[in-house]
Design a protein around this ligand. Structure first.
Ligand code: FDA
Length: 307
């Protein structure tokens, strides 16, 4: 409920316009985003790696409106891969609406294919983010097509959606690496579980399926300590090797838990976003945590009072 309200308030163009890309809300963004430039991202990549954690880089952007923007996003990703020191082991996260999915599925397929090919050449991997529910079928279709020639291409699934259990079964069967997350988008109740407890329960069930099925390379993306503990128990009970799956968390969220897991010998990957298009990403982080929302609203009030 709170998530729905936050996402609809912050998604309002008037609210967005109040902030632009400056002001105190930018400092909140910088808690979750490496910065606006590739240099900012590479600095954080170094920092994270120096503490024994792995990295995913996300060049922020979504729902581009021209083929030129989509191509330029693909080129930017290739630059990230080429500029990152030790691309081997690096993962990049892409959004297919940033690579042209709203314009034409084939455009998104071609652009994503270019990023995937560049990554493969450098020993890096690509995981496709999952976006709002209307895109799931198209995203999974493109991932399956890319998977034929590049088996390391993975995709995120959201435990919040009713359909995801079945999608997970099919992706495990096809050998596609899955990043399991709860889901960050505002969705109607006919496609998604309305209550957090239901999402958590569905996550737990999907986690069991993902980790207990031998083989594959599951990516457990959550900061929820109960689910992290559950994942550890499944791994211990099934004897899944520690290098055959990884935990993933977002930059700026639960760094204490991240470093603790890395110290315990688990593979721990940090999702590091960068770029000037941080606003939609920030609104999703705010919707996840009331304390972030309070910060946002207090600055919204101060700012509207001034103007
Ligand atoms: P939950 O929301 O229950 O939070 C558990 C605890 O984590 C909280 O109590 C708090 O301590 C901490 N926490 C969580 N979010 C926080 C925040 N924003 N600020 C501060 N603390 C916070 N979603 C999606 O729809 N498509 C995708 O492709 C991805 N990709 C993705 C990759 C990775 C690596 C991660 C970790 C997450 C995603 N997500 C995502 C986001 C995901 O769906 C979900 O919205 C967030 O991870 C929050 O859910 P948790 O599992 O952390 O649980």
């Amino acid at each position: 409920m709170l998530r729905t309200v936050v996402l609809s308030v912050t998604g309002n163009p008037l609210v967005r316009g109040l902030f632009g890309s400056r002001g105190p809300v930018r400092s909140l963004a910088l808690r979750f985003v490496a910065g606006e430039t590739l240099e900012d991202a590479l600095r954080v990549v170094d920092e994270v790696r120096s503490s024994g954690r792995l990295v995913t880089v996300d060049h922020l952007g979504e729902n581009v409106t021209t083929p030129a923007e989509a191509r330029s996003a693909a080129t930017d990703y290739v630059k990230v891969l080429e500029r990152a020191p030790q691309s081997e082991g690096l993962n990049v996260a892409v959004k297919l609406t940033q690579l042209g999915l709203d314009l034409a599925p084939d455009l998104a397929l071609d652009n994503t294919g270019a990023v995937v090919a560049a990554a493969a050449k450098l020993g890096a991997t690509v995981t496709v983010d999952m976006e709002s529910s209307g895109y799931v079928t198209a995203i999974l279709d493109i991932v399956r097509r890319l998977h034929v020639s590049h088996p390391s291409v993975g995709v995120a699934l959201q435990a919040s959606l009713h359909r995801s259990g079945k999608d997970l079964e099919e992706l495990i069967e096809a050998g596609v690496p899955v990043r399991l997350c709860k889901g960050a988008y505002r969705e109607p109740s006919h496609v998604a579980y309305p209550r957090k407890s239901q999402v958590d329960a569905n996550y737990a069930g999907m986690l069991e399926m993902l980790l207990a099925t031998p083989g594959g390379y599951p990516m457990v993306a959550t900061h929820d300590p109960a689910l992290v503990a559950r994942a550890k128990r499944i791994v211990a009970a099934t004897g899944r090797p520690r290098d055959s799956f990884e935990f993933q968390m977002l930059y700026g969220v639960r760094p204490d838990l991240q470093t603790a897991l890395a110290r315990q010998g688990y593979r721990m990957r940090v999702y590091v976003p960068y770029g000037s298009e941080w606003y939609p990403y920030l609104t999703r982080r705010m919707a996840e945590r009331p304390a972030n929302l309070v910060f946002f609203l207090s600055h919204l009030r101060a700012r509207s009072g001034r103007s």
